[in-house]
Every structure is written in C-alpha cells, then in structure tokens.
Ligand binder design. Structure first.
Ligand code: ATP
Length: 602
C-alpha cells in the first residue's frame, strides 16, 4: 500500500484539508478546490443536523439481529474477505440501511480498540445525521459508493481513519438493504479500498439473489398471475419485499396500505391463512382480504393478497367535499390546510408550470416537492441545490449547468437567502434556461421562507407564475398524530417504540415554531436514550412542555401568531400590540393568558 496520499491537488492532502475543515466549522469561506463536492455537500448536511464536530455523541441503539436475510447472505462473503486480507489492518463492517452497525469483523488490536473508542461497533448507528460525514452514512445518504479520507470526516475523532462505504441493494426489489464498509488507518489509505468494497457489495448482492431468488421469483410469478386475473387491488409481500399494483397505490393511502399489510401478515401466520378476512379502514371503507400463501423450495416464500373494497362507510359517502386523496410517497398528514397545499403543488406540477413554494422553515416544502415528483415521474431525475450553500462561484456554475443541461425536476432551496447580486445572476440563468430547446422538459421549483418585499427576489419570482404557501405545523397540528408514529417507524423500524397518549397530548399542544423539522429532531433526540416501550411526558424536552392548555383551532393559532408577532414588533408592550391589532387591552391580556403566550421581555 502507498504510505501516504499527498500528491498536489490530491483531496486527501491532510494539511490543506484540515485547514479547510476548520474554516468550514468556524463559518469562514473556504476554497472549494480544497474539498471534493460530495464531501462539502455532506459537511453542509452535517451542520444542518447539528452534528457535534468535536466529539462523538452516540448512544447504543439496540442489539443487532444476527438472523436477517442480509446478515445470513453477507457474513460468509465477509468472512471469506477477512481470510483473504490476511491480517491487514482493515476492518470490515456491515450495516443496515439506516447505518446501524450489524457486524464488525476483527482487524488488528490497535484498529479495533480505536473503532471501539469512536463507537464504530455493532449496535451503534453511523448514519450521517448522527456522526456527520463518514464512509457509511455518506454512502447511504447519497445512495452511492463513497470513500472518506482523514480530515474529510466531519467529526475530528475520525480524522485518523479512511473508510470506503458502498450501499447494498436488494437484487430483486432494488431497495437499499444495508451497506458494507472497509475502514483502515488514514496513513494506509488506498483508493483501491473502494474498488474492493464495491466488489464485496456485488458479491453480497449475488448471495442475496441466490438465497432469495427462487422463493421470490415464485412470489413474483404468483403476484403477476393474480394481477393479470384481477383489475382490483393486489399486493404480494414477505419479510423483505412488498409489491403493490398501481390500483392499490391509487386507492389506498399509506396508513391503509400498512393496515392491510399488517392484517395480511397476521392472517398468513394464522391457522386459516386462506380464509377471507374483513377489515374496516379509517376512511370508512371496508376491505375484504383474500390471502394466498406462496411456497418455494418447501418454505413459505410470502403471500399474495387480493383486496375487494366491499362497502363505503358513511364518511366516504357523505363527505363529498373532502378533496380526492393523493398518495404522496414518504409523506403523511390529512389536515385540511396541509392537504390543500399538497393538491395545489400536485396540480401545478401536472401543468408543468414552475413553482415557488413558501412557508416557515421546516414545514415540509422540499419533502412535498420530492414526493410529488416521485409520485408523478419516479424515473425522472430529481436534483436539489441549496442557496444556503452558495458561498462561492462554483454554486452558481452548478445552477447554470443544471438549468441549461438538466431534465426532470430541479429544486433551488432557500432562494430568500441569496444576495442581491446572486439573485440577479440566478434570474439571468432562469431566463436563459427558458429559452433552451431540450428533448425532455425541466421543471423548476424554488423554496423560500420569508415574505419578499420587492427588489431582486420579486424579480426572480416573476419566473414562477404561482406561489403556494404551506401552513406551519401549528395550523394543522392534528397531523402530529400521524407524523409521530411515522417518524418513530423511520427511527426505530422494528416498531418497539410508541408514543403514550399523555406524551402525544403534549406534542399536539406544542406550538412547534420549528415545524415538522422540529418534531423530527425532538423524536430523533428521544430515541437516543429510549428505544423500546412507550414515550412518556418526562421523556419530552422542555420545549414541548411549555404549551397552551388545550388544542387550538387553526383560526385560534393564527390569532395567537398574530399576537406574538405584534408583541415582538412592539418590544413586548401589550398596549401598543393590542392597539395595532385593533383589540382592547382587556382582550389582549385574556388571550395572552388563554393561549399560554410568554410575552417577550422588554
Ligand atoms: N407531511 C410530512 N410527512 C412526513 N415527513 C415530513 C412531512 N413534512 C415534513 N416532513 C419531514 O420534515 C423534515 C423537514 O421538511 P423539509 O426539509 O421538507 O422542510 P422545508 O420546509 O423544506 O424546510 P427549510 O425551509 O428549513 O429548508 C424533513 O425530514 C421531512 O422529511
């Protein structure tokens, strides 16, 4: 192995990179030539996730299950590789798709002890959002192989290491099922490590295919046969794969899909797997399930389910005003204000018109655009550029490249953070992009958080015929009931952590100034120390305990917001705030008390 990698212009050039990292951490401008684009993008994400750069702040998540299809297929491959590496100080690591380390094959004593110290060990998660830039988390986040050398790591305790991570995809479903990572000392780093990690991931995929192909092909064939025979809802599933026909995705929302899948799994495991079962769905619809177990190589390969919606409950029949349901992948929420935003964005996307999406930070602007794109044109390209990262010329060049040569959907986030000069340059690039004659269309959306007050931003928005405003979470706070289990399932996929009704009551009454993103961060922090059982009020951070005494209606919470804003505008002077709102002094005092507002101190 080459001793060091310090060729001129080499991104692993330790000293310059260390300086660039330090400048980034102290929010100083950095020379983009010093840092690879993918690493810089990952540093920005790490900063947004508030990852600590000066220490590793990880808690033990859970004991990894050694008997999953991934572990069964991967471990023989990894053991074989260990033998071939013949005592080299290279650690071989297997993780699940969320970055949780499932296995680490011993390297040598020094490296193993170091990895224990930095908690790169079974039961800890090396997801980028917990540890920042690293081979495992960054490969999983980007969905592609990634090598991270020394000071490219976000956390300084990882600077002596080099790691090469490669996501592992299920050979049939294409889903990311985990990652393999090879880690060594930075001084021993070699670009060939990545090639070796890729070959290993390929071998694991082949092993997965060999282990599951016969049974899953049986399942696929039975699923396709059933789809041909019926125009209704059909799905097939086993522990690793869910296949669902178009009709099922159109008619059922994600919560209904998971209810039916749960019921089907229960039926299949029961004593009468083929007996029809009736299920009542929250929407008022009734569904009759016909399950058929599928066998392959003498073992259960999964089940194929055919569903008939037999009856519409009262709610469906009478609520003609409810907008038609859209199934947007990766999103939940059924509050009227939220759904209205979803429908508006869907309609504008369908029309091909460019869109400006406005809303407070963290309300879900990017998540919604991404979901609409995935719903309507899943095979097309989806790119995101963040104006908050526009610290150098390279950013504008990147935008121009995307605008002139790109296709699919392009989202430019946080345009309200651009300087006047950059806004003008972006407007010019948008103008040029509109004139380009391209084989497939480019759809552009921008997101912004603050009301624009004319100037360059207003000029820019002229390229976007419509602006949709997404509501803050406190205006559709009923969706917290859906968001909490959805986020907990993401954080703890084994479903062993739920939210108690008491804690939920507090969460629903919080005002969520940081919106859905804040809720996600609160839950993310909670699962650091509570991973099973039920979340209790005492598990919640103080920000969730200063709440109003009851759930406010959307109108009331808008009124509360107006009062808070007016108090801020008048330095906490209640009389002036009341006057500017056209309210009497007595009314503002009553409302402050009623809404639990803590007035700003003067
Ligand atoms: N309805 C929803 N269902 C599920 N997840 C959601 C929903 N809305 C938002 N999220 C999640 O909340 C987080 C914040 O959303 P997102 O980044 O889209 O907000 P944003 O409005 O673009 O924020 P900002 O303006 O700060 O960039 C993300 O993790 C996103 O996946």
């Amino acid at each position: 192995m080459p001793p060091t990698l310090t060729r001129p212009g080499d991104f692993t050039d330790g000293e310059n990179l260390a300086k660039a990292r330090e400048r980034f951490l102290t929010a100083e401008a950095i020379d983009p030539d010093q840092v690879r684009d993918a690493i810089l993008a990952s540093w920005w994400r790490s900063r947004r996730w508030n990852v600590a750069a000066d220490h590793i702040d990880l808690t033990y998540m859970r004991d990894p299950d050694p008997d999953t299809p991934l572990s069964r297929s991967a471990l023989p491959v990894l053991t074989h590789l260990r033998e071939h590496l013949d005592g080299q100080p290279i650690s071989i690591i297997l993780t699940d798709p969320a970055g949780l380390v499932l296995a680490r094959l011993a390297a040598d004593h020094d490296l193993d002890s170091h990895l224990d110290r930095v908690k790169l060990a079974p039961g800890f998660s090396y997801a980028e959002e917990f540890v920042g830039t690293n081979g495992i988390g960054t490969a999983l986040e980007g969905g592609r192989p990634m090598q991270v050398f020394g000071h490219e790591h976000y956390a300084e305790h990882l600077e002596d290491l080099a790691c090469a991570g490669v996501p592992i995809h299920h050979p049939i479903s294409g889903k990311t099922v985990g990652a393999v990572d090879l880690t060594c000392w930075r001084k021993d780093a070699d670009p060939l490590l990545l090639a070796l990690a890729k070959t290993t991931a390929d071998q694991i995929q082949q092993a997965l295919f060999a282990d599951s192909s016969i049974r899953e092909l049986e399942l696929l064939q039975e699923y396709l046969r059933t789809c041909r025979r019926t125009a209704g809802i059909v799905f097939a599933f086993n522990n690793d794969v869910v296949m669902m026909n178009y009709h099922a995705r159109q008619v059922l929302d994600p919560s209904e899909q998971s209810i039916l899948l749960g019921q089907a799994a229960e039926t299949l495991a029961g004593r009468h797997p083929t007996r029809a079962v009736m299920v009542e769905l929250p929407s008022g619809m009734k569904a009759r399930l016909y399950c058929r177990p599928v066998r392959g190589e003498g073992r259960l390969a999964g089940g194929v389910v055919h569903v008939k919606l037999t009856e519409l409950g009262n709610r469906q029949r009478t609520e003609a005003v409810t907008p038609p349901r859209v199934f947007l992948p990766g999103l939940v929420g059924s509050g009227a204000l939220w759904l209205r935003g979803c429908h508006q964005v869907e309609a504008i996307y369908a029309s091909g018109e460019w869109l400006a999406l406005e809303g407070e930070p963290g309300v879900g602007k990017l998540a919604l655009v991404k979901a609409v794109h995935q719903h309507r044109t899943p095979a097309a390209r989806f790119s995101v550029l963040d104006a908050a990262e526009a610290s150098d010329r390279g950013w504008l060049n990147g935008v121009r490249r995307e605008l002139l040569g790109g296709a699919g959907s392009l989202v430019i986030r946080h345009v309200d953070r651009l300087s006047a000069g950059r806004l003008r340059a972006l407007s010019a690039a948008l103008k040029a992009a509109r004139a380009v004659d391209r084989p497939s269309p480019l759809w552009v959306a921008v997101t912004l958080s603050r009301r624009h007050d004319g100037g360059e931003l207003a000029e820019l928005l002229r390229f976007f015929p419509s602006t949709v405003e997404l509501p803050p979470l406190r205006h559709h706070v009923e969706d917290v009931h859906e968001l909490v289990p959805f986020f907990l399932a993401k954080l703890m996929p084994d479903g062993r952590l739920v939210c108690s009704p008491e804690a939920m009551q507090l969460l629903v009454r919080s005002s969520w100034p940081g919106n859905t993103e804040q809720l996600w961060q609160v839950l993310r922090r909670i699962v650091q120390y509570r991973r099973t059982g039920s979340i209790q009020p005492n598990d919640l951070p103080p920000e969730c305990r200063t709440v109003s005494r009851r759930v406010l209606s959307p109108l009331e919470s808008m009124e509360r917001d107006a009062i808070v804003q007016s108090l801020l505008d008048h330095d906490g002077n209640k009389i002036k705030a009341a006057r500017s709102l056209g309210m009497s002094r007595a009314t503002i005092y009553r409302k402050i008390h009623e809404y639990g507002i803590v007035p700003p101190t003067r």
